[in-house]
Design a protein around this ligand. Structure first.
Ligand code: DAH
Length: 337
């Protein structure tokens, strides 16, 4: 009888089932009213008492094995039925994990940063909440300048003033105070202005600021750098410098590139002139150098600033600046770096 029980144990473990009905048949075969366990119990009764001690636990083991398999297989098939009823097809390949893309502003920022890195510029960032000195006074803005008006910018605290920086030029001051020339850096970041939001203007946007200070830096160096940049960035090299004014540079200029008038888009973008403004620039005002404890007798430098949104809108022909900040996936997924 012992061999019979051992064989049964192997049999029980090796069974496989294709349906809940088969599990039920297995249950009846072993522990049903006329099942194998019944026969075994009948045989067991007539076994010699000293053998009973050995066979008893073995019979219990067989019964336990049957019950365990039945319980496990039943729950298995119950789950499968529930899944089938819910209409989920577990054999279907998964859809994969959708990969995000870089934000178009990030794509353009990286592109610009990498061009300047190739020219030997380092990258520096500064705080978005700034004091009056770094945003205005240090940069030679006169006390009555309208940019200092509560209406024009976002003030966090007054007296002493803390505000959201209106331009990345604040980082110039921080860096000039912090280190000694020569320095050649670009400073990308987010800036804020109290603008009425429209297709062309937003209360939040991004700039890249540039600064080069050394002995004998001239306007010719500035022009050459911009020429290199525009060729690398846009593949265009026809430039125009228009005289302009910024409190922190002297002389100051606005730079236009000749975009061309080949397509209808060119006409629209350039308002029929073929020219597009891309940045402001100038020679760092000696007063600003002094403010930062750099001797203007020994050092000179140039600075420039450009808007990332503006350039992204140009390159990708994006008609509305608000699209950058709405986070609509249908918009964002069109851009790949
Ligand atoms: N800070 C200026 C602005 O936000 C941009 C600018 C112009 C930066 C000329 C410069 C510069 O560094 O030289 O409008």
């Amino acid at each position: 009888m012992k061999e019979e029980l051992d064989a049964l144990l192997i049999d029980i473990e090796s069974r496989s089932f294709e349906s809940a009905d088969q599990v039920e048949a297995f249950r009846v075969e072993f522990i049903g009213r006329h099942g194998k366990m019944k026969d075994l119990m009948v045989q067991f009764r007539s076994v010699a008492p000293e053998l009973k001690r050995e066979l008893g636990p073995l019979i219990n083991q067989v019964k336990g094995a049957v019950e365990a398999r039945v319980a496990q297989e039943q729950s298995n098939f119950n789950n499968k039925e529930a899944v089938n009823a819910s209409g989920i097809d577990l054999s279907r390949p998964s859809g994969g994990v959708p990969l995000g893309t870089h934000h178009p502003l990030q794509v353009v920022r990286r592109e610009i940063v990498s061009i300047f890195k190739n020219m030997g510029y380092g990258v520096v960032e500064g705080p978005e909440i700034e004091d009056d000195w770094h945003v205005f006074s240090g940069l030679n803005f006169p006390p009555e300048h309208p940019a200092r008006d509560m209406q024009d910018t976002f003030f966090v605290e007054r007296n002493p003033d803390l505000l959201l920086r209106t331009h990345t030029s604040s980082v110039q001051v921080r860096e000039m105070e912090r280190r000694k020339p020569p320095m050649r850096i670009i400073m990308p970041g987010r800036v804020f202005r109290n603008e009425a939001v429209s297709a062309r203007a937003h209360c939040m946007f991004h700039q890249i600021e540039g600064l080069y200070i050394d002995e004998d830096v001239s306007f010719a160096d500035l022009k050459q750098m911009i020429l290199y940049f525009t060729k690398a960035m846009f593949g265009k090299s026809k430039l125009r410098f228009r005289p302009s004014f910024f409190p922190f540079t002297e002389p100051s200029a606005e730079v236009d590139i000749y975009w061309g008038l080949e397509s209808e888009t060119d006409y629209r973008l350039t308002k029929g002139t073929g020219w597009l403004e891309i940045m402001g620039c100038g020679m760092v005002d000696p007063k600003v150098l002094e403010n930062c404890n750099i001797d203007p007798e020994n050092y000179s430098g140039y600075a420039f600033g450009l808007g990332i949104e503006r350039i992204a809108m140009l390159i990708y022909e994006i008609p509305d600046i608000r699209l950058f900040f709405e986070n609509d996936v249908r918009f964002l997924k069109q851009f790949k770096s």
